[in-house]
Unconditional design. Structure first.
Length: 265
C-alpha cells in the first residue's frame, strides 16, 4: 500500500533531530509523501528548509490560532514570500481554537480571515485547525471562501452532525489517531459518512499516537497506517482500496508533484 500523511509536524524537535530514521520508517510503512504543517513564520521557514532536503516532504505556510497574537504587522507579506518556495502546497494550519486562551478570539478571527484571503489570492489549498469553535470557523469560511473546494478540516474530532455541516460546505475532512481511540465512536461514525473523494488521513505527529501504539510518546508518519486500518474498518472498506483513495485525494488536493502519483499508480 502507498500512503500519504497529510499532516505532521516534522520541524518539532522530537522528530527533526532524527528525521532520517523517521522518514526511513515511514517509507518502510508505505508512506510516499508527508505534508509538514506550520504554525508560525519561523516554523514555516523551517518546514520549507526540510522540504528542500527531502523529496518526499511537502509543506504548508501559516500562523496557527495559538500564535495569532504574535503575528507581526508584515506577517502576510512574509507568508506570501515563503509560499513561493519549492514544495509549498498549502496555507496552514490556520483557524480558531477556543479551548485554550493563547490568543484572544477576536485576534484569532482576524488572522484566520486574513490568511484565507491570502490563500484565495495565491490559489492555495487551506488546512484548518478548529477546536470548540466550529460555528465561527464555518462562518468565516463562508464569508471568505478561497476558490474551489480545496479546504480541509484536519484531525477531525466531531461526530456525524458536525461532519455533515462541514461536508455541506464542500470541504475535505482528515482523520488522525484520535479516530482510533476507544472512546472515539462518534469520530468513526463521522468518518463513515465522508464521501470517498473528500477523505484524507494524517498522524499530526509527534502528537496523537494511534492505537495500537498509543503509548508511543512520539508519534511518527509511519503510524498513519494504523489510522488507515481503523478508518477502513469504520467505512467497511478494504484497507488497500482506502489507501489508494486517500493518497489520490491527497495528490489532487495538494497538487503534489507528479512523482507521487506515479509512485502510487
Amino acid at each position: 500500500m502507498k500512503l500519504t500523511d497529510t499532516h505532521c509536524h516534522l520541524t518539532d524537535g522530537r522528530l527533526s533531530g532524527r528525521l532520517e530514521e523517521v522518514l526511513a520508517r515511514a517509507e518502510a510503512a508505505g508512506v510516499v509523501a508527508a505534508v509538514c504543517a506550520a504554525g508560525s513564520i519561523a516554523d514555516s521557514a523551517a518546514a520549507a528548509a526540510l522540504a528542500e532536503r527531502y523529496e518526499q516532504v511537502f509543506w504548508m505556510a501559516g500562523v496557527h490560532p495559538h500564535e495569532a497574537k504574535d503575528a507581526a504587522g508584515d506577517y502576510l507579506r512574509q507568508l506570501e514570500r515563503l509560499a513561493g518556495r519549492a514544495g509549498n502546497v498549502a496555507i496552514g494550519e490556520i483557524g480558531l481554537d477556543y479551548h485554550y486562551d493563547f490568543s484572544p478570539p477576536q485576534v484569532q478571527r482576524r488572522v484566520f480571515a486574513e490568511q484565507l484571503e491570502l490563500a484565495k489570492r495565491l490559489d492555495k489549498p487551506v488546512v484548518i485547525h478548529t477546536r470548540e469553535a466550529l460555528d465561527d470557523t464555518l462562518a468565516i469560511v463562508a464569508e471568505v471562501r478561497p476558490a474551489g473546494r480545496r479546504i480541509v478540516f484536519h484531525s477531525f474530532t466531531g461526530g456525524p452532525d458536525e461532519v455533515a455541516r462541514v461536508l455541506e460546505t464542500g470541504c475535505y475532512v482528515s482523520f488522525s489517531g484520535i479516530a482510533t481511540f476507544k472512546k472515539s465512536g462518534d469520530v468513526r461514525a463521522a468518518a463513515a459518512l465522508v464521501p470517498d473523494d473528500r477523505i484524507l488521513i494524517e498522524t499530526d505527529a509527534p502528537y496523537l499516537s494511534p492505537e495500537p501504539v498509543r503509548k508511543m510518546k512520539v508519534n511518527e508518519p509511519a503510524n498513519v497506517l494504523h489510522v488507515l486500518r481503523c478508518l477502513a474498518a469504520a467505512r467497511n472498506a478494504a484497507a488497500e482500496a482506502l489507501a489508494e483513495t486517500t493518497t489520490a485525494n491527497a495528490v489532487r488536493f495538494f497538487a503534489l508533484d507528479t512523482s507521487v502519483p506515479d509512485a502510487v499508480s
